[in-house]
Every structure is written in structure tokens, then in C-alpha cells.
Design a protein around this ligand. Structure first.
Ligand code: ZN
Length: 54
């Protein structure tokens, strides 16, 4: 179980989840990236609208 860094809601992480997976917070709808599973670390995923520098 992780915690949404935006709204602090509990996020269920699958047992077989791997770092880099994207999860959506069911509470606030933000897209989160799973940074690690032991311990669970979540961060707001980069916006798709961001400039990737190309
Ligand atoms: Zn949230």
C-alpha cells in the first residue's frame, strides 16, 4: 500500500508491481509513477504535455 503524494489517499499496489509502473490515484485522478516497491515510493508522473526537449 502506498500513499498518494498529492492527496495522501491510500493507493493499492499490486504484489507484482514493478518500479516504473504508472498508477492512477482513484481519489484525485493524478497519474503516479511507482519509483520503488520496497518500500513503496510514488511520485507524480511527468505530464504528457511537458516538452521532452526535442
Ligand atoms: Zn491522489
Amino acid at each position: 500500500m502506498g500513499e498518494c503524494p498529492v492527496c495522501a489517499a491510500e493507493i493499492e499496489i499490486a504484489d507484482d508491481a514493478i518500479a516504473g509502473e504508472l498508477v492512477i490515484c482513484a481519489d484525485c485522478g493524478v497519474e503516479l509513477e511507482l519509483l520503488g516497491t520496497d518500500p513503496v515510493a510514488l511520485a507524480e508522473a511527468p505530464s504528457a504535455e511537458e516538452d521532452w526537449g526535442q
